[in-house]
Structure formats: structure tokens, C-alpha cells
Design a binder for this molecule. Structure first.
Ligand SMILES: C[S@@+](CC[C@H](N)C(=O)[O-])C[C@H]1O[C@@H](n2cnc3c(N)ncnc32)[C@H](O)[C@@H]1O
Length: 357
């Protein structure tokens, strides 16, 4: 190696060290992001800004509206403005600044059409954070799931006995359903042509079916989930709630829809669930729509890939499932007896996998 090359290598190493010196702090204090956003939702900061729209709110306005300590609130806002969660703008003819919503904080408005607030509150709930501390034990080979190590039962057993968390998951999943279902309908033209009925298997509180029926009014929707999940669910036009166990049987329909259900389960359970879905749809013209992430090597948009890999870690912490590659999807789909499948990517964490009997 020439002297010049040696100097270049040395410089690169120094740059790498300098970057790492900063980056390591993200891992030390990474929880601050989730905790402060949770705090902002609980305080109702985005809701106050939404109510005052289009006027920005000064610190004094916000302090009065939320009944908060001004000095602490200003530090929270400084942190969140730095992350572009909120914006800050100088008021006309004034030296005072006001806070505004950004594309991120519009998703923190509790009742907003793009709201992801309930999903933040579900994932940051102490019961859902506890299993993260048991990940290493599970990875080292402890048979119990991380969730079981933390709570003594799996997530579904736990939710059955904890109505607050059960409601949080239902509302959290509904946030995703409200954005993903319109993306599916828009980006997969023809997907629901000639489909008269759809059963959403593990459909939670029915938001996905209600959204689908709203966009495709020729569809009769069935929202199928565990009895306790559908008992308290809201009533939706065009959607029938049915309680039951997808490992036993699935209500009949032209198409079965499974969003963020199979990733909660191991391969064996996925094959069992898919077989029950196959029994529920017509052998001719029926299909199963699996709305899940597909982890691929290389071609994924890097930001989405990162979140898909994060979601895979959530699966270790909370379930016995995983995010799957196309080869892994193919294995369980063919294992359940489907003859063919295709994958339709959408602008979301999930793709739509169509599986045909
Ligand atoms: C992660 S949530 C997904 C909810 C919904 N599909 C969505 O994406 O908005 C998984 C759902 O599976 C349901 N589930 C779990 N075990 C089930 C079973 N044995 N039979 C039917 N549903 C079940 C849960 O109650 C929960 O609503």
C-alpha cells in the first residue's frame, strides 16, 4: 500500500470512529423518542394544534390550553421540533414563534384520519414493553416466548384478561387498517372485481372490513375474530361480526383476507390457518389475500426495509411469529395446498399476497 493509500485508510477509520462516537448515543437513549412522543400524545399537543388550525400556537397558548408547566413543555417542544415532529414558525409582525403540525404530528392527532396515536400508545404500554427485556433469554433457547417469560402466558391469553390492553390493540391495529386498506384498493386495481363477499380473519374491531366495504360497496363484509374481540366492536354498515377460532373454522366467503395475522404465528400454525381459509372459499374463483411484509434482499426501499426488520423484532418480543421472505411465504402457502400465488407490492410496510386454491 502506498503512503497516500495508507493515509486514506487511516482517514476513513477516523471518520468511522467519529461517526460511531455520535451514533452510539442513539442506542443509549433511543427509548427517548418513543417515550416523548407518547408523552406528547397523552398531553394532547397535536390535538390542541389541530383545533387551533391554521393558526400556530405560541408556548403560552399551548401552556394554557393543556394546563402544563411552561418550562417543561418548552423543552419537550424543542426536542420534538428538532425531530420535525412539530414545526415552529415566526408569527407575522412579531418576534414570537408559534408551533405548528407537521406531516408526522398530523399522525398523532387522536381522532385524525391519518392517526397512528393508538398504535404508539399500544406499543409503548408497559405490558408490551416488558417482553423486550426477555428477548435474550428467548434467543438463548428458553422455550417460552419472550411474552410468556414476561407475563406467564402468550399475548392472546394476556389480552383476554386485560380489557384495557385489548382495547388498545384493537384501536392500534385500526390505525393501520385505515391507511393500508385504501392503499390496497388504489394500488391493486381489479383485486376485488367480482368478489361479492370477504371474510377478514383476525379482523380485530372490523375497521379494515368497514373501510373496504366503504370503498367497494358491492362487497358484503364479515369481520371474524375471537369472541371477546368482536363483542365490544363498533357496528359498521355492511359488515357482520362473527366470533370464533380461526384454527377451528373460518366463515365462508368469496375471499379470505388476513392482515397482520400470519406474522404472529410460526410456520405450522400458518399452514393450519391457511388450510381453514382455503376451506372457507370457493375452489373455483376463490382467493386468500395475505397482507403482510415481504422481506427481500436488496430491492426494498431502504426506509421501509428498516421498519420491516424492526417489525420482525416486535414479532420476537410479542409473538411466536416472524416477518417472512418470499421463499418463506411460498413454503407455507404451498404447504397449505394452494396451487399458485402472486405478490402485489403497495406503498406500505405490507404487500398483498394473493393465494389461489
Ligand atoms: C395483530 S392483530 C391484527 C388485526 C387486524 N387484522 C389488523 O391488521 O388490523 C391479530 C388479530 O388476530 C386475532 N386472533 C388471534 N388468535 C385468533 C384466533 N384463534 N381466531 C381468530 N382470531 C384470532 C386477534 O384477536 C387480533 O385481532
Amino acid at each position: 500500500m502506498s503512503g497516500k493509500q495508507q493515509l486514506q485508510v487511516q482517514q476513513e477509520e477516523e471518520d468511522e470512529e467519529a461517526k460511531a462516537e455520535v451514533e452510539i448515543w442513539k442506542y443509549i437513549f433511543g427509548f427517548a423518542d418513543i417515550a416523548v412522543v407518547k408523552c406528547a400524545i397523552e398531553l394532547g399537543i397535536a390535538d390542541a394544534l389541530e383545533s387551533n388550525k391554521p393558526q400556530p400556537m405560541t408556548l403560552s397558548d399551548l401552556t394554557t390550553a393543556l394546563g402544563c408547566d411552561p418550562s417543561l413543555l418548552s423543552r419537550i417542544m424543542r426536542f420534538l421540533v428538532q425531530r420535525r415532529v412539530f414545526g415552529q414558525t415566526q408569527l407575522p409582525n412579531s418576534t414570537t414563534y408559534g408551533y405548528t403540525l407537521t406531516a408526522i404530528s398530523r399522525r398523532l392527532v387522536r381522532q385524525g384520519p391519518q392517526s397512528m396515536a393508538s398504535l404508539v400508545l399500544f406499543e409503548s404500554n408497559p405490558a408490551m414493553l416488558a417482553p423486550w427485556h426477555a428477548m435474550s433469554a428467548r434467543v438463548r433457547g428458553q422455550e417460552d416466548l419472550a411474552f410468556e417469560i414476561a407475563h406467564g402466558e402468550d399475548v392472546w391469553g394476556f389480552l383476554a384478561g386485560h380489557p384495557l390492553q385489548s382495547q388498545l390493540i384493537a384501536e392500534g391495529m385500526a390505525c393501520d387498517a385505515r391507511t393500508v386498506v385504501p392503499a390496497i384498493v388504489k394500488e391493486c386495481p381489479g383485486l376485488f372485481d367480482g368478489v361479492g363477499s370477504v371474510v377478514d380473519v383476525g379482523g380485530g374491531n372490523g375497521t379494515a372490513m368497514a373501510t373496504l366495504v366503504g370503498l367497494c360497496p358491492w362487497i358484503r363484509g364479515v369481520n371474524f375474530d375471537l369472541g371477546r374481540a368482536v363483542e365490544g366492536a363498533p357496528k359498521w354498515d355492511g359488515v357482520e361480526h362473527v366470533g370464533g377460532d380461526m384454527f377451528v373454522s373460518v366463515p365462508k366467503a368469496d375471499a379470505a383476507f388476513l392482515k397482520w395475522v400470519l406474522h404472529d404465528w410460526g410456520d405450522e400454525e400458518c399452514v393450519q390457518i391457511l388450510k381453514k381459509c382455503k376451506e372457507a372459499i370457493p375452489a373455483e374463483g376463490g382467493k386468500v389475500l395475505i397482507v403482510e411484509a415481504v422481506i427481500s434482499e436488496g430491492v426494498e426501499e431502504p426506509g421501509l426495509r428498516d421498519i420491516r426488520l424492526m417489525l420482525d423484532m416486535v414479532m420476537i418480543a410479542h409473538t411466536k411469529g416472524k416477518e417472512r421472505t418470499e421463499a418463506e411465504w411460498k413454503s407455507i402457502i404451498t404447504g397449505a395446498g394452494f396451487s399458485r400465488y402472486n405478490i402485489r407490492p403497495i406503498r406500505a410496510l405490507q404487500s398483498v399476497i394473493e393465494a389461489f386454491p
